[in-house]
Design a protein around this ligand. Structure first.
Ligand SMILES: [Zn+2]
Length: 503
């Protein structure tokens, strides 16, 4: 077929349409004029705010995260979405806990040992305790069976049980701790060379991650500490190798000693956070829900440096904002989606997919009526593998639960012409990205998902993940791919079928 001439264009269908056809091989559809409102300039404007220094790295539970939530809500409102969290609210609140060590020390044999130096423990699992002089009992490897009973003669009075970490093989530590508790242990010292930290644990060891309040009531009985051989030597007045050798020889002569004092105290802080939800109600299929998600939290300020998280996941967050605007423009023109579209930005992602876990544990819209989750996490940068050909995006998880989704995604890409890279969709890929962002919480409920991703790069989780390093044209193109895919899933006659169950 010959090339269409400019004159023929003028005569036939008008310049705009012809110029468009001549300039690009990409398809047009009902969605195109709305997709084209997702511009690099718009994304850039939002991202310089979302990933600006004022947002202080958006760490979950910190002021910057609250500020980001406020900004997203303003944008959802401006677009014309409705509050999506129920009861006219934009935010689905949730509470997390975080423990911080106040003080801990062990005194024995005239010496004082310090947490993080000669011993450590799990600040989350340890409960506050203050003990004065307490007898200590060496119970070898702490394993009781038909052949041996290192607790023979130990009695059941309150004591600190000391056991060796090595060669408890075959008997899990938790079982050995329980056995110690049954013999009157108010604390267990597990002696290990590795406990000699000399302060290397640093502040991370003194503070827990964020965790759910329900985890607080889990019983970790009794308190257990990993202590260095020096601590054991001080308690028993004997060199540790000697004690260990006796235990290995099955020498049942018990060693007894004393701990002069043991202190552990921590504080527990409540951390408030939220997921932000806006919805665009559908028309004839409004009881089916299409989710578009990204996480708006990042990792905050580390060593005094703001980690802006422009790519991770400011890029996804602003894509959600721009898609909300595009869908609403269609709605206002009478082309609203048939299914309800839910725009959700979650927090707590960097702390372990907590916001998306909270949502799927406390869904506002029935999970059984949730058709898909298209999740964006990092779409503004280029990884090393694509330095030459930058026109790509990784597609992960699209074929795992529904055979409908990949054909839809690939057809949508006729509008965007990206190279869809399925490398990380391989279940044997060691990076396991499929499990590492919020879509996975939906996938666990058998909701088909797609995860859009640019791969990791030198600024991943570093202070260099800044908005000036984002490729805005590429970001816009990738966001449009998500938009076209969402448009089709929201408007097609048939709901996506769930006919696969791949990992
Ligand atoms: Zn991250």
């Amino acid at each position: 077929m010959k090339k269409q001439s400019m004159l023929a264009c003028l005569l036939a269908v008008g310049t705009a349409a012809c110029a468009q056809k001549a300039a690009t091989p990409l398809k047009r559809s009902a969605a195109t004029s709305y997709a084209e409102t997702i511009t690099p300039a718009k994304l850039k404007k939002h991202l310089f705010i979302v990933a600006g220094d004022e947002m202080e790295g958006r760490e979950t539970g910190k002021a910057g995260q609250y500020k980001a939530a406020k900004y997203i809500i303003e944008q959802f409102k401006a677009a014309g979405l409705q509050p999506g969290a129920g009861n006219g609210e934009w935010e689905q609140p949730f509470t997390l806990l975080q423990d911080t060590l106040n003080q801990s020390s062990i005194q024995a044999g005239g010496k004082t040992f310090t947490f993080g130096q000669e011993y450590y423990g799990s600040v989350k699992e340890l409960t506050n305790q203050q003990l004065g002089a307490t007898p200590a009992f060496f119970a070898g490897f702490g394993v009781v069976n038909d052949a041996m009973d290192p607790y023979k003669g130990a009695g059941s009075s309150e004591k600190i049980v000391v056991i060796a970490d090595t060669e408890g093989k075959g008997t899990p530590l938790t079982d050995r701790l329980r056995t110690a508790a049954n013999h009157g242990a108010v604390a267990v010292f597990v002696v290990s060379e590795r406990a000699n930290l000399g302060g290397r644990g640093g502040s991370r060891m003194r503070r827990t991650g964020l965790y759910w309040p329900m985890m607080k009531n889990m019983e970790y009985i009794p308190n257990s500490y990993f202590v260095s051989p020096e601590v054991a030597s001080a308690i028993f007045g004997k060199q540790w190798p000697e004690l260990l050798a006796a235990a290995k020889a099955g020498n049942t002569t018990p060693a007894t000693g004393q701990v002069s004092a043991l202190a552990f105290s921590k504080g527990t802080e409540e951390i408030k956070s939220s997921n932000v939800l806006g919805i665009l109600p559908g028309t004839d299929l409004k009881d089916e829900y299409v989710f578009l998600t990204a996480h708006y939290d990042h990792i905050g300020v580390i060593d005094g440096k703001i980690h802006n998280g422009a790519d991770d996941d400011g890029s996804g967050t602003v894509a959600i904002i721009a898609m909300a605007d595009a869908f609403m423009k269609a709605k206002k023109a009478g082309k609203g989606p048939r299914r309800t579209v839910v725009f959700m930005t979650v927090s707590g992602e960097e702390k372990g997919l907590l916001g998306s876990q909270y949502y799927t544990d406390h869904p506002i819209y029935p999970l059984a009526q949730t058709v898909t989750d298209l999740n964006i996490d990092m779409i503004g940068r280029i990884d090393d593998e694509h330095r030459q050909d930058t026109n790509y995006v990784y597609i992960i998880g699209d074929d795992k639960l529904s055979s409908d989704l990949r054909p839809i995604s690939e057809a949508a890409n006729a509008h965007t012409g990206l190279k869809l890279d399925y490398k990380y969709n391989d279940p044997n890929d060691p990076n396991r990205f499929y499990y590492r962002s919020d879509h996975y919480m939906f996938a666990q409920h058998k909701i088909p998902i797609i995860f859009y991703f640019n791969g990791v790069h030198e600024d991943y989780h570093r202070a260099g993940d800044k908005p000036e390093k984002i490729h805005y044209n590429l970001l816009a193109k990738r966001a449009k791919l998500v938009f076209y895919t969402a448009w089709e899933v929201a408007n097609r006659q048939d709901r996506l079928k769930v006919d696969r169950n791949e990992k």
